[in-house]
Design a binder for this molecule. Structure first.
Ligand code: FES
Length: 576
Protein backbone atom coordinates (compact mmCIF):
# COMPACT_ATOMS: atom_id res chain seq x y z
CA UNK A 1 0.00 0.00 0.00
CA UNK A 2 1.39 3.44 -0.83
CA UNK A 3 2.28 5.53 2.23
CA UNK A 4 -0.26 8.32 2.73
CA UNK A 5 1.53 11.68 2.66
CA UNK A 6 0.90 13.88 5.67
CA UNK A 7 -0.48 17.31 4.70
CA UNK A 8 1.97 20.15 5.45
CA UNK A 9 1.47 21.41 9.00
CA UNK A 10 1.31 25.02 7.73
CA UNK A 11 -1.90 24.08 5.86
CA UNK A 12 -3.59 23.58 9.24
CA UNK A 13 -3.43 27.40 9.33
CA UNK A 14 -3.22 28.75 5.80
CA UNK A 15 -5.28 26.03 4.09
CA UNK A 16 -8.31 26.57 6.29
CA UNK A 17 -11.68 27.80 5.06
CA UNK A 18 -14.15 30.11 6.81
CA UNK A 19 -13.43 32.40 9.74
CA UNK A 20 -10.23 30.69 10.84
CA UNK A 21 -8.71 30.69 7.35
CA UNK A 22 -9.57 34.38 7.06
CA UNK A 23 -7.80 35.12 10.37
CA UNK A 24 -4.68 33.12 9.58
CA UNK A 25 -4.22 34.62 6.10
CA UNK A 26 -5.65 38.12 6.36
CA UNK A 27 -3.35 39.42 9.10
CA UNK A 28 -0.36 38.05 7.18
CA UNK A 29 -1.48 40.01 4.12
CA UNK A 30 -1.02 43.31 6.00
CA UNK A 31 2.53 43.57 4.65
CA UNK A 32 1.70 42.79 1.08
CA UNK A 33 1.96 39.03 0.89
CA UNK A 34 0.07 37.81 -2.21
CA UNK A 35 -2.63 35.17 -1.81
CA UNK A 36 -0.69 32.51 -3.73
CA UNK A 37 1.90 32.26 -0.93
CA UNK A 38 -0.70 30.34 1.09
CA UNK A 39 -1.22 27.65 -1.55
CA UNK A 40 0.54 24.83 0.26
CA UNK A 41 4.15 25.64 -0.58
CA UNK A 42 6.64 24.88 2.25
CA UNK A 43 6.57 27.57 4.92
CA UNK A 44 10.06 28.06 6.30
CA UNK A 45 10.71 29.64 9.69
CA UNK A 46 13.94 31.58 10.04
CA UNK A 47 14.75 31.50 13.73
CA UNK A 48 16.83 34.60 14.38
CA UNK A 49 18.97 35.34 17.44
CA UNK A 50 19.84 38.85 16.21
CA UNK A 51 20.30 41.33 19.06
CA UNK A 52 22.42 44.39 19.64
CA UNK A 53 23.02 42.90 23.07
CA UNK A 54 24.61 39.87 21.42
CA UNK A 55 27.47 41.48 19.47
CA UNK A 56 28.49 38.13 17.95
CA UNK A 57 25.08 37.89 16.22
CA UNK A 58 24.71 41.55 15.25
CA UNK A 59 24.88 40.82 11.50
CA UNK A 60 22.06 38.29 11.51
CA UNK A 61 19.50 40.55 9.84
CA UNK A 62 21.63 40.46 6.68
CA UNK A 63 22.08 36.72 7.00
CA UNK A 64 18.33 36.21 7.39
CA UNK A 65 17.74 38.16 4.17
CA UNK A 66 20.04 35.72 2.34
CA UNK A 67 18.14 32.73 3.73
CA UNK A 68 14.88 34.32 2.56
CA UNK A 69 16.21 34.78 -0.98
CA UNK A 70 17.17 31.10 -1.03
CA UNK A 71 13.73 30.03 0.20
CA UNK A 72 11.99 32.11 -2.46
CA UNK A 73 14.31 30.76 -5.16
CA UNK A 74 13.31 27.22 -4.22
CA UNK A 75 9.59 28.00 -4.16
CA UNK A 76 9.06 28.27 -0.39
CA UNK A 77 7.50 30.97 1.76
CA UNK A 78 9.93 32.34 4.39
CA UNK A 79 8.82 33.82 7.72
CA UNK A 80 11.48 35.19 10.05
CA UNK A 81 10.91 35.20 13.79
CA UNK A 82 12.99 36.33 16.77
CA UNK A 83 13.82 34.25 19.79
CA UNK A 84 15.62 35.08 23.01
CA UNK A 85 19.23 35.89 22.21
CA UNK A 86 22.05 35.04 24.61
CA UNK A 87 25.07 37.35 24.50
CA UNK A 88 27.95 35.70 26.29
CA UNK A 89 29.76 38.91 27.13
CA UNK A 90 26.76 40.93 28.38
CA UNK A 91 24.30 38.59 30.00
CA UNK A 92 24.55 38.23 33.77
CA UNK A 93 24.96 36.18 35.83
CA UNK A 94 25.81 33.82 32.96
CA UNK A 95 24.29 33.12 29.53
CA UNK A 96 24.21 29.42 30.44
CA UNK A 97 21.48 30.11 33.01
CA UNK A 98 19.22 31.05 30.10
CA UNK A 99 20.20 28.38 27.52
CA UNK A 100 17.30 26.18 28.59
CA UNK A 101 14.88 29.12 28.72
CA UNK A 102 15.84 30.15 25.17
CA UNK A 103 15.42 26.54 24.04
CA UNK A 104 11.84 26.60 25.36
CA UNK A 105 11.21 29.82 23.41
CA UNK A 106 12.54 28.17 20.23
CA UNK A 107 10.57 24.95 20.73
CA UNK A 108 7.23 26.63 21.41
CA UNK A 109 7.73 29.29 18.71
CA UNK A 110 8.22 26.57 16.10
CA UNK A 111 5.44 24.29 17.28
CA UNK A 112 2.86 27.02 17.84
CA UNK A 113 3.27 28.55 14.38
CA UNK A 114 2.58 27.50 10.76
CA UNK A 115 6.13 26.30 10.09
CA UNK A 116 7.06 23.25 7.99
CA UNK A 117 10.83 23.59 8.19
CA UNK A 118 13.23 25.85 10.03
CA UNK A 119 16.60 27.48 9.50
CA UNK A 120 18.38 28.28 12.75
CA UNK A 121 20.66 31.34 12.81
CA UNK A 122 23.14 30.95 15.62
CA UNK A 123 26.57 32.21 16.60
CA UNK A 124 27.42 33.29 20.12
CA UNK A 125 28.14 30.34 22.40
CA UNK A 126 24.77 29.40 23.89
CA UNK A 127 22.67 30.38 20.90
CA UNK A 128 23.74 27.23 19.03
CA UNK A 129 22.78 24.63 21.65
CA UNK A 130 19.65 26.54 22.68
CA UNK A 131 18.33 26.52 19.10
CA UNK A 132 19.31 22.93 18.40
CA UNK A 133 17.76 21.76 21.67
CA UNK A 134 14.48 23.57 20.99
CA UNK A 135 14.30 22.38 17.36
CA UNK A 136 15.11 18.80 18.43
CA UNK A 137 12.08 18.74 20.73
CA UNK A 138 9.86 19.56 17.73
CA UNK A 139 11.72 17.49 15.12
CA UNK A 140 10.76 19.04 11.79
CA UNK A 141 13.23 19.52 8.87
CA UNK A 142 15.98 21.80 10.19
CA UNK A 143 19.21 23.39 8.95
CA UNK A 144 21.69 25.23 11.14
CA UNK A 145 23.51 28.29 9.79
CA UNK A 146 26.30 29.65 11.96
CA UNK A 147 27.14 33.34 11.84
CA UNK A 148 30.86 32.74 11.32
CA UNK A 149 33.91 33.88 13.27
CA UNK A 150 35.32 37.40 13.40
CA UNK A 151 38.47 38.23 11.48
CA UNK A 152 41.70 37.61 13.40
CA UNK A 153 42.67 40.11 16.06
CA UNK A 154 46.08 41.75 15.49
CA UNK A 155 47.98 43.80 18.07
CA UNK A 156 51.57 45.02 17.73
CA UNK A 157 52.18 42.61 14.88
CA UNK A 158 50.86 39.55 16.74
CA UNK A 159 47.61 37.60 16.42
CA UNK A 160 45.38 38.11 19.42
CA UNK A 161 42.40 35.88 19.99
CA UNK A 162 39.05 36.39 21.72
CA UNK A 163 39.09 35.27 25.31
CA UNK A 164 42.49 33.57 25.15
CA UNK A 165 44.36 36.87 24.99
CA UNK A 166 41.77 38.58 27.16
CA UNK A 167 42.95 36.27 29.94
CA UNK A 168 46.65 36.71 29.17
CA UNK A 169 46.38 40.50 28.74
CA UNK A 170 44.47 40.78 32.04
CA UNK A 171 47.20 38.80 33.78
CA UNK A 172 49.86 40.98 32.09
CA UNK A 173 48.10 44.03 33.49
CA UNK A 174 47.84 42.51 37.00
CA UNK A 175 51.48 41.54 36.91
CA UNK A 176 52.47 45.07 35.72
CA UNK A 177 53.85 43.87 32.36
CA UNK A 178 51.64 46.24 30.30
CA UNK A 179 50.11 49.69 30.90
CA UNK A 180 46.39 50.50 31.12
CA UNK A 181 46.64 52.44 27.81
CA UNK A 182 48.09 49.39 26.06
CA UNK A 183 45.32 47.28 27.57
CA UNK A 184 42.64 49.61 26.14
CA UNK A 185 44.29 49.70 22.73
CA UNK A 186 44.31 45.91 22.63
CA UNK A 187 40.52 45.95 23.20
CA UNK A 188 40.08 47.78 19.89
CA UNK A 189 42.47 45.48 18.06
CA UNK A 190 40.96 42.21 19.20
CA UNK A 191 37.37 42.45 17.93
CA UNK A 192 37.29 44.34 14.64
CA UNK A 193 34.58 42.76 12.48
CA UNK A 194 31.18 41.11 12.73
CA UNK A 195 31.18 37.51 13.93
CA UNK A 196 31.70 35.36 16.98
CA UNK A 197 34.92 34.67 18.92
CA UNK A 198 37.61 33.66 16.46
CA UNK A 199 39.53 31.29 18.72
CA UNK A 200 38.50 27.64 18.94
CA UNK A 201 36.26 28.62 21.83
CA UNK A 202 32.73 27.45 22.41
CA UNK A 203 31.14 29.35 19.51
CA UNK A 204 33.65 28.05 16.93
CA UNK A 205 33.48 24.58 18.47
CA UNK A 206 29.69 24.53 18.28
CA UNK A 207 29.81 25.79 14.67
CA UNK A 208 32.13 22.82 13.96
CA UNK A 209 29.66 20.54 15.77
CA UNK A 210 26.84 21.82 13.52
CA UNK A 211 28.90 20.85 10.46
CA UNK A 212 30.11 17.54 11.95
CA UNK A 213 26.61 16.50 13.00
CA UNK A 214 25.50 17.08 9.42
CA UNK A 215 22.89 19.67 10.40
CA UNK A 216 24.89 22.47 8.72
CA UNK A 217 26.16 22.71 5.14
CA UNK A 218 29.81 21.96 4.29
CA UNK A 219 31.95 25.02 5.10
CA UNK A 220 29.55 26.19 7.82
CA UNK A 221 32.16 26.27 10.58
CA UNK A 222 34.99 28.40 9.33
CA UNK A 223 34.06 31.03 6.73
CA UNK A 224 34.50 34.38 8.51
CA UNK A 225 31.29 36.27 9.20
CA UNK A 226 32.29 38.97 6.70
CA UNK A 227 33.35 36.54 3.95
CA UNK A 228 30.91 36.56 1.01
CA UNK A 229 30.81 32.78 1.21
CA UNK A 230 28.98 33.10 4.54
CA UNK A 231 26.11 34.72 2.65
CA UNK A 232 26.22 31.91 0.09
CA UNK A 233 25.92 29.32 2.90
CA UNK A 234 22.85 31.18 4.21
CA UNK A 235 21.27 31.39 0.74
CA UNK A 236 22.01 27.72 0.03
CA UNK A 237 20.44 26.81 3.38
CA UNK A 238 17.29 28.67 2.29
CA UNK A 239 17.15 26.70 -0.94
CA UNK A 240 17.94 23.40 0.70
CA UNK A 241 15.44 23.56 3.57
CA UNK A 242 12.60 23.70 1.04
CA UNK A 243 13.84 20.42 -0.43
CA UNK A 244 14.13 18.86 3.03
CA UNK A 245 10.49 19.72 3.69
CA UNK A 246 9.43 18.29 0.34
CA UNK A 247 11.29 15.06 1.15
CA UNK A 248 10.23 15.07 4.82
CA UNK A 249 13.81 14.78 6.09
CA UNK A 250 13.17 15.60 9.75
CA UNK A 251 15.96 16.49 12.17
CA UNK A 252 16.04 13.05 13.82
CA UNK A 253 17.10 11.53 10.47
CA UNK A 254 20.26 13.67 10.70
CA UNK A 255 20.94 13.71 14.46
CA UNK A 256 21.55 9.98 14.92
CA UNK A 257 23.80 8.36 17.51
CA UNK A 258 26.44 7.86 14.81
CA UNK A 259 26.31 11.57 13.97
CA UNK A 260 26.99 12.37 17.63
CA UNK A 261 29.90 9.91 17.64
CA UNK A 262 31.33 11.72 14.61
CA UNK A 263 30.90 15.03 16.41
CA UNK A 264 32.73 13.78 19.53
CA UNK A 265 35.67 12.70 17.37
CA UNK A 266 35.69 15.99 15.51
CA UNK A 267 35.67 17.83 18.84
CA UNK A 268 38.81 15.93 19.87
CA UNK A 269 40.48 16.63 16.52
CA UNK A 270 39.83 20.36 16.68
CA UNK A 271 40.77 20.60 20.39
CA UNK A 272 37.23 21.87 20.97
CA UNK A 273 35.64 23.46 23.97
CA UNK A 274 34.73 21.53 27.12
CA UNK A 275 31.31 23.16 26.87
CA UNK A 276 30.53 20.96 23.86
CA UNK A 277 30.31 17.99 26.26
CA UNK A 278 27.35 19.47 28.12
CA UNK A 279 25.66 20.86 25.01
CA UNK A 280 25.88 17.70 22.89
CA UNK A 281 24.52 15.55 25.72
CA UNK A 282 21.63 17.99 26.18
CA UNK A 283 20.83 18.05 22.43
CA UNK A 284 21.03 14.24 22.21
CA UNK A 285 18.63 13.80 25.11
CA UNK A 286 16.13 16.11 23.39
CA UNK A 287 16.18 14.23 20.07
CA UNK A 288 16.09 10.85 21.83
CA UNK A 289 19.68 9.62 21.38
CA UNK A 290 21.45 8.06 24.36
CA UNK A 291 24.75 9.88 24.91
CA UNK A 292 26.84 9.96 28.07
CA UNK A 293 30.25 10.96 29.41
CA UNK A 294 31.37 7.39 28.72
CA UNK A 295 30.74 8.02 25.01
CA UNK A 296 33.06 11.03 25.21
CA UNK A 297 35.74 8.81 26.72
CA UNK A 298 35.13 5.97 24.29
CA UNK A 299 34.93 7.89 21.00
CA UNK A 300 37.39 10.68 21.79
CA UNK A 301 40.08 8.36 23.14
CA UNK A 302 41.92 7.40 19.94
CA UNK A 303 41.70 10.80 18.32
CA UNK A 304 44.63 13.21 18.17
CA UNK A 305 44.22 16.96 18.09
CA UNK A 306 45.07 18.14 14.57
CA UNK A 307 44.22 21.81 14.71
CA UNK A 308 46.76 24.35 15.94
CA UNK A 309 44.35 27.06 17.09
CA UNK A 310 44.10 29.17 20.22
CA UNK A 311 43.51 28.50 23.06
CA UNK A 312 45.57 25.31 22.54
CA UNK A 313 47.82 26.58 19.76
CA UNK A 314 48.74 29.75 17.89
CA UNK A 315 46.36 30.31 14.96
CA UNK A 316 42.80 31.61 14.66
CA UNK A 317 39.63 30.66 12.77
CA UNK A 318 40.51 32.83 9.78
CA UNK A 319 43.72 30.79 9.36
CA UNK A 320 41.69 27.59 9.80
CA UNK A 321 39.39 28.69 6.97
CA UNK A 322 42.26 29.47 4.58
CA UNK A 323 43.88 26.12 5.44
CA UNK A 324 40.77 24.30 4.24
CA UNK A 325 38.58 24.37 7.36
CA UNK A 326 36.64 21.54 8.93
CA UNK A 327 36.33 19.45 5.72
CA UNK A 328 40.10 18.77 5.97
CA UNK A 329 39.71 17.53 9.56
CA UNK A 330 36.75 15.32 8.63
CA UNK A 331 38.66 13.85 5.68
CA UNK A 332 41.63 13.10 7.94
CA UNK A 333 39.36 11.29 10.44
CA UNK A 334 37.67 9.37 7.63
CA UNK A 335 41.00 8.20 6.24
CA UNK A 336 42.01 6.92 9.67
CA UNK A 337 38.88 4.88 10.39
CA UNK A 338 37.51 7.47 12.84
CA UNK A 339 34.34 8.51 11.04
CA UNK A 340 30.98 6.98 10.32
CA UNK A 341 31.12 7.73 6.62
CA UNK A 342 27.48 6.93 5.93
CA UNK A 343 25.96 9.56 8.21
CA UNK A 344 23.49 11.69 6.25
CA UNK A 345 23.81 15.47 6.13
CA UNK A 346 21.30 18.17 5.27
CA UNK A 347 22.57 18.65 1.73
CA UNK A 348 21.37 15.12 0.97
CA UNK A 349 24.85 13.61 0.75
CA UNK A 350 26.79 11.58 3.31
CA UNK A 351 29.41 13.27 5.45
CA UNK A 352 32.09 11.35 3.57
CA UNK A 353 30.84 12.39 0.14
CA UNK A 354 30.91 15.99 1.30
CA UNK A 355 34.46 15.90 2.61
CA UNK A 356 36.47 13.13 0.95
CA UNK A 357 38.15 15.49 -1.52
CA UNK A 358 39.00 18.28 0.95
CA UNK A 359 42.46 19.78 0.39
CA UNK A 360 44.82 20.94 3.11
CA UNK A 361 46.51 24.25 2.22
CA UNK A 362 48.48 24.73 5.42
CA UNK A 363 49.88 21.78 7.37
CA UNK A 364 50.99 24.04 10.20
CA UNK A 365 47.36 24.99 10.93
CA UNK A 366 45.76 21.59 10.31
CA UNK A 367 48.10 18.71 10.94
CA UNK A 368 47.72 15.06 9.98
CA UNK A 369 46.69 12.17 12.18
CA UNK A 370 50.10 10.63 11.53
CA UNK A 371 51.88 13.80 12.69
CA UNK A 372 49.31 15.46 14.95
CA UNK A 373 49.46 18.73 16.82
CA UNK A 374 48.87 16.91 20.13
CA UNK A 375 48.46 13.17 20.70
CA UNK A 376 45.37 11.69 22.41
CA UNK A 377 44.19 15.09 23.49
CA UNK A 378 40.41 14.66 23.33
CA UNK A 379 38.29 15.48 26.36
CA UNK A 380 39.23 13.12 29.21
CA UNK A 381 36.66 11.98 31.76
CA UNK A 382 37.91 11.75 35.35
CA UNK A 383 36.25 9.63 38.01
CA UNK A 384 36.99 8.86 41.63
CA UNK A 385 35.65 9.57 45.10
CA UNK A 386 35.67 13.30 44.33
CA UNK A 387 33.67 12.97 41.09
CA UNK A 388 31.55 9.79 41.26
CA UNK A 389 29.41 10.95 38.30
CA UNK A 390 32.38 12.30 36.40
CA UNK A 391 34.46 15.39 35.76
CA UNK A 392 36.31 16.45 32.64
CA UNK A 393 39.63 17.96 31.61
CA UNK A 394 40.85 19.17 28.22
CA UNK A 395 44.40 17.82 27.94
CA UNK A 396 45.19 19.86 24.84
CA UNK A 397 44.85 23.05 26.93
CA UNK A 398 46.70 21.68 29.99
CA UNK A 399 50.36 21.63 31.06
CA UNK A 400 51.75 18.12 30.37
CA UNK A 401 53.78 17.90 33.61
CA UNK A 402 50.71 18.66 35.73
CA UNK A 403 48.59 15.87 34.24
CA UNK A 404 49.90 13.59 36.97
CA UNK A 405 49.98 15.54 40.18
CA UNK A 406 49.49 15.39 43.96
CA UNK A 407 48.87 18.55 45.93
CA UNK A 408 47.22 20.05 48.99
CA UNK A 409 43.83 21.69 48.56
CA UNK A 410 43.38 25.45 48.88
CA UNK A 411 39.60 25.73 49.17
CA UNK A 412 37.30 28.57 48.15
CA UNK A 413 33.70 28.01 49.26
CA UNK A 414 32.31 30.16 46.43
CA UNK A 415 33.44 32.60 43.75
CA UNK A 416 33.02 35.66 46.00
CA UNK A 417 35.38 34.15 48.56
CA UNK A 418 37.82 33.35 45.76
CA UNK A 419 37.88 36.98 44.58
CA UNK A 420 38.25 38.21 48.17
CA UNK A 421 41.18 35.97 49.08
CA UNK A 422 43.14 35.15 45.92
CA UNK A 423 45.44 38.16 46.11
CA UNK A 424 45.60 38.27 49.91
CA UNK A 425 49.35 38.20 50.71
CA UNK A 426 48.55 35.94 53.69
CA UNK A 427 46.97 33.22 51.51
CA UNK A 428 48.99 30.05 52.04
CA UNK A 429 49.49 28.68 48.53
CA UNK A 430 52.34 27.51 46.32
CA UNK A 431 52.74 26.20 42.80
CA UNK A 432 52.00 22.61 43.91
CA UNK A 433 48.72 23.49 45.62
CA UNK A 434 45.43 22.39 44.09
CA UNK A 435 42.95 25.26 43.90
CA UNK A 436 39.44 24.04 44.74
CA UNK A 437 36.33 26.09 43.99
CA UNK A 438 32.91 25.00 45.28
CA UNK A 439 29.29 26.00 44.64
CA UNK A 440 29.66 27.06 41.00
CA UNK A 441 27.75 24.14 39.42
CA UNK A 442 24.31 24.30 37.75
CA UNK A 443 22.41 24.78 41.05
CA UNK A 444 25.18 26.39 43.07
CA UNK A 445 25.93 29.45 40.95
CA UNK A 446 23.09 29.08 39.50
CA UNK A 447 23.75 28.59 35.80
CA UNK A 448 27.20 27.02 36.11
CA UNK A 449 29.31 30.03 35.26
CA UNK A 450 32.60 29.93 33.35
CA UNK A 451 34.76 30.54 36.41
CA UNK A 452 36.58 27.20 36.59
CA UNK A 453 39.84 28.56 35.17
CA UNK A 454 40.53 30.58 38.31
CA UNK A 455 43.21 33.23 37.80
CA UNK A 456 46.40 32.35 39.65
CA UNK A 457 47.43 34.41 42.71
CA UNK A 458 49.32 37.56 41.66
CA UNK A 459 52.22 36.65 43.95
CA UNK A 460 52.76 33.37 42.05
CA UNK A 461 52.27 35.04 38.65
CA UNK A 462 55.04 37.48 39.55
CA UNK A 463 57.30 34.52 40.30
CA UNK A 464 56.68 33.23 36.77
CA UNK A 465 54.18 30.47 37.61
CA UNK A 466 51.86 30.11 34.62
CA UNK A 467 49.67 27.11 35.48
CA UNK A 468 48.41 25.16 38.49
CA UNK A 469 45.90 22.35 38.98
CA UNK A 470 42.46 23.86 39.54
CA UNK A 471 39.22 21.99 40.08
CA UNK A 472 35.57 22.89 40.47
CA UNK A 473 31.98 22.11 39.56
CA UNK A 474 32.01 25.15 37.23
CA UNK A 475 32.56 25.37 33.48
CA UNK A 476 35.29 27.35 31.76
CA UNK A 477 35.23 29.47 28.66
CA UNK A 478 36.12 27.53 25.56
CA UNK A 479 38.77 30.16 24.94
CA UNK A 480 40.51 29.44 28.26
CA UNK A 481 43.43 27.17 28.98
CA UNK A 482 45.27 25.54 31.85
CA UNK A 483 45.21 22.33 33.89
CA UNK A 484 41.62 22.83 34.88
CA UNK A 485 39.25 20.08 36.03
CA UNK A 486 35.64 21.02 35.41
CA UNK A 487 32.00 19.91 35.66
CA UNK A 488 32.57 17.82 38.82
CA UNK A 489 29.34 15.86 39.37
CA UNK A 490 27.45 15.78 41.60
CA UNK A 491 28.17 19.44 42.28
CA UNK A 492 28.86 20.82 45.78
CA UNK A 493 25.46 22.52 46.13
CA UNK A 494 23.77 19.18 45.43
CA UNK A 495 25.82 17.53 48.20
CA UNK A 496 28.54 16.01 46.01
CA UNK A 497 31.82 15.01 47.68
CA UNK A 498 33.34 18.29 46.44
CA UNK A 499 31.33 19.99 49.21
CA UNK A 500 33.38 18.07 51.80
CA UNK A 501 36.90 19.07 50.71
CA UNK A 502 38.84 21.06 53.31
CA UNK A 503 42.03 23.12 53.19
CA UNK A 504 45.10 20.92 53.32
CA UNK A 505 43.41 17.72 52.00
CA UNK A 506 45.62 15.79 49.60
CA UNK A 507 44.22 15.50 46.06
CA UNK A 508 45.60 13.15 43.41
CA UNK A 509 45.16 13.60 39.68
CA UNK A 510 46.19 11.11 37.02
CA UNK A 511 44.77 12.10 33.64
CA UNK A 512 46.17 9.09 31.78
CA UNK A 513 44.27 6.78 34.17
CA UNK A 514 41.16 8.99 34.28
CA UNK A 515 41.54 9.30 38.06
CA UNK A 516 40.66 12.08 40.49
CA UNK A 517 41.02 11.10 44.14
CA UNK A 518 40.54 12.87 47.45
CA UNK A 519 42.93 11.29 49.92
CA UNK A 520 40.58 11.39 52.91
CA UNK A 521 39.13 8.28 54.59
CA UNK A 522 35.49 7.29 54.12
CA UNK A 523 34.94 7.62 57.88
CA UNK A 524 36.25 11.19 57.92
CA UNK A 525 34.12 12.06 54.87
CA UNK A 526 31.03 10.59 56.60
CA UNK A 527 31.67 12.80 59.65
CA UNK A 528 32.04 15.88 57.45
CA UNK A 529 28.84 14.97 55.59
CA UNK A 530 26.88 14.77 58.84
CA UNK A 531 27.83 18.42 59.49
CA UNK A 532 27.27 19.67 55.89
CA UNK A 533 24.41 22.05 55.18
CA UNK A 534 23.21 22.87 51.66
CA UNK A 535 23.77 26.54 50.72
CA UNK A 536 20.66 28.71 50.67
CA UNK A 537 19.29 29.14 47.13
CA UNK A 538 20.02 32.70 45.95
CA UNK A 539 16.55 33.22 44.41
CA UNK A 540 13.16 32.10 45.62
CA UNK A 541 11.06 33.21 42.64
CA UNK A 542 10.97 33.50 38.88
CA UNK A 543 12.88 31.60 36.23
CA UNK A 544 15.95 31.14 38.45
CA UNK A 545 13.85 29.23 41.00
CA UNK A 546 12.40 27.05 38.25
CA UNK A 547 15.94 26.43 36.99
CA UNK A 548 17.39 25.53 40.40
CA UNK A 549 14.48 23.24 41.22
CA UNK A 550 14.73 21.33 37.93
CA UNK A 551 18.23 21.53 36.47
CA UNK A 552 20.07 18.25 35.86
CA UNK A 553 23.71 17.78 36.70
CA UNK A 554 26.49 18.51 34.19
CA UNK A 555 26.97 14.87 33.20
CA UNK A 556 23.33 14.82 32.06
CA UNK A 557 23.61 18.03 30.01
CA UNK A 558 22.36 20.51 32.64
CA UNK A 559 18.96 20.65 30.93
CA UNK A 560 15.76 21.08 32.91
CA UNK A 561 14.46 17.63 33.84
CA UNK A 562 11.03 18.23 32.29
CA UNK A 563 12.51 19.32 28.93
CA UNK A 564 14.29 16.05 28.15
CA UNK A 565 12.82 14.38 25.06
CA UNK A 566 10.40 15.85 22.57
CA UNK A 567 6.74 16.72 22.23
CA UNK A 568 6.89 16.56 18.43
CA UNK A 569 5.37 18.65 15.66
CA UNK A 570 1.65 17.93 16.14
CA UNK A 571 -0.41 21.02 15.35
CA UNK A 572 -1.83 22.63 18.51
CA UNK A 573 -5.59 23.31 18.74
CA UNK A 574 -7.12 26.55 17.40
CA UNK A 575 -6.99 29.67 19.54
CA UNK A 576 -10.48 30.91 18.63
FE1 FES B 1 30.03 35.52 21.60
FE2 FES B 1 32.50 34.56 22.30
S1 FES B 1 31.37 36.18 23.19
S2 FES B 1 31.14 33.86 20.82
Amino acid sequence: MPVKKQPRRSQAWFGRDGKMGFIYRSWMKNRGIPHDQFDGRPVIGICNTYSELTPCNSHFRTLAEQVKIGVWEAGGFPLEFPVMSLGETMLRPTAMLYRNLASMDVEESIRGNPIDGVVLLMGCDKTTPALLMGASSVDIPTIGVSGGPMLSGWYKGERIGSGTNTFSLSEDLRAGRISRDEFHEAESCMHRSHGHCMTMGTASTMACMVEALGVGLPGNAAYPAVDARRSVIAREAGRRIVKLVEKDVVLSKILTRKAFQNAIRVNAAIGGSTNAVIHLIAIAKRIGVELSLDDWREFGRDVHTLVNLMPNGKYLMEDFCYAGGLPVVIRELGENGLLDKKSLTVNGKTIWDNNKKAENFNRDVIMSHAKPFKKHAGITVLRGNLSPDGAIIKPSAATPKLMKHKGRAVVFENIEEFHRRIDDPKLVIDADSVMVLKNCGPKGYPGMAEVGNMPLPAKLLKRGITDMVRLSDARMSGTAYGTVILHIAPEAAAGGPLALVENGDLIELDVSKGKLHLNVSDEELAQRRAKWKAPKPPMTRGYTKLYVDHVNQANEGADLDFLTGKSGAAVPRDNH
